[in-house]
Design a protein around this ligand. Structure first.
Ligand SMILES: [Zn+2]
Length: 81
């Protein structure tokens, strides 16, 4: 037996797809230092989005769903930019 197995790097965070829930289990999404106002609803949260901005997971998911819906609308109306 001489097969050497390559150690795989941990998989990157999967790209968000509409309808999919975000996976914020990674500690990068949790700020232990302090709670800050959510960028969407303004209530304090320890959670951070992928750009390190304070945001609740549910708020970010709602915003992403809306963006996806708007993009789909624009696509259907032929207004792709
Ligand atoms: Zn919020």
């Amino acid at each position: 037996m001489s097969g050497s197995r390559r150690r795989r790097a941990p998989p990157p965070e999967p790209e968000y797809r509409p309808g999919q829930l975000l996976n914020w289990n990674n500690s990068a999404h949790w700020d232990y230092e302090q709670a800050r106002p959510c960028r969407y609803c303004g209530l304090d949260t320890h959670l951070r989005d992928s750009k390190k901005a304070p945001a609740h997971k549910t708020c970010a998911e709602a915003a992403l769903a809306q963006q996806a819906a708007e993009a789909a609308d624009a696509y259907q109306n032929g207004h792709t930019t």
